[in-house]
Ligand binder design. Sequence first.
Ligand code: UD1
Ligand code: CA
Length: 465
Amino acid sequence: MPQEPFAFAGDSAAKSRISALILGAGKGVRMNSRLPKVLHPIGNRPMVLYPLNAALAAGAGTCVVVVGPGMADVAEAVAPVPTAVQAEPRGTADAVKPARGAIGRDADTVLILFGDTPLIFPQTLEAMIARRREGGHAVVVLGFRPTEPGGYGRLVQGGDGMLEAIVEARDATAEQREIGLCNSGVMAVDGAILFDLVDAVHNDNAKGEYYLTDIVGIARRHGRTSSVIEAGADELLGINSREELAAAERIFQQRMRRAAMAGGATLTDPDSVWFSYDTVLGRDVTVGPQVVFGPGVVVGDDVEIGGFCHIEGAALDRGATVGPFARLRPGADLREGAKVGNFVEVKNAVLKPGARANHLAYIGDAEIGAGANIGAGTITCNYDGFRKARTVIGDRAFIGSNSALVAPVTIGERAIVGAGSTIDRDVEADALALTRAEHTAVPRAAEKIRRRKAGDAPESQGGKK
Ligand code: UD1
Ligand code: CA
């Protein structure tokens, strides 16, 4: 599922001496969900993959995700990154212990991140690693100043700016609660002593939990320093509820919109365009309002996407035109200059260069030849209730409006299908195929019917007044 992992793993000796732990064993009660909290999606992928990928991008050679018992779905989502199981959620220090075997003592720095804090940037982690190495600190903590410090742990600094302790809000004195600088939860810890520090943590506090935050005070008592790096609150939003999930999604979408515009795309109404984590837009792409990109969309240069389109698992080559009001489903493959207009649905189908389906059509399990024209109301009948079958349409063929193409069926190159036809046999190249009931017209019959129905007042039925 994560696409980056092995691109970064071990790409330099120094980097591979960084390990990372992503804590995700908490139940996430406030989400009120059957799904583990860290699997709730942001930009259409599980949130735990964001801190994981940030750690990998910052150079972590070994990563372990800590999960609770019965969280096989989390293990599946993060694979091939391994997981370690914390038997009971006894606190963030206890959560580190199951990773002991996988992390060992070789790492010079161990990053600890939370699976519910997805908006972190790799550069921030890199700055923490650098600070820890340069200062020889036991711990570097990532701090931030939320508008509502509320339940966050407070960072207690000495006169020299060094971090002396982290105090959980519940255990803090009134004076300590006045501190605006808070613990994001993200830490960079000296790998040689991490597990010694964690083993020394007790649970004599308000919650009766083993607090990872205590390692700062413990290190200090052993003569080791700790330091703080600050980052923006937008980067460190922790997700505990659906409301916070929505807030994180908004921040993520703003980043995607900005990146799309910086990459040379015009978004006429950026706030109404929704991206997936992997959406790729080329240069000089135009995207109208209310467009939703599901996962797996790659858009080439000079593509125009009108408003109100829903696009997922689709490739749009250079100069393709889509919408407004089009739906491209997985496997839609629009080649150079192809056009898909309003109320057209495309699934698992290639439209070769210059092919057009401008209005009201369903194109599924099909191959549409270069320059072919698909008339309004055309349906590829790809499913007979038992299995799917393919429709193949040759180059420059013309499918008249309101035609039903009953697959499997092949329409030859340059063939013409007359409007309103139901085609269930192959059509040769250059042929005309037409299936229509006889045209019948009875002169004056309409007039007679009107008279009969309306008695002697034919004018009352519309027409002349
Ligand atoms: C924690 C910090 C607090 C900080 C805040 C930032 C501690 C003691 N407190 O508090 O200083 O301001 O995060 O958001 O560290 N987890 C486990 N196993 C456990 C407990 C937690 O894996 O036994 C995981 C959770 O899944 C979650 C993360 O650790 O991803 C944080 O746990 P949470 O209970 O949310 O900590 P906070 O009370 O928010
Ligand atoms: Ca939390």
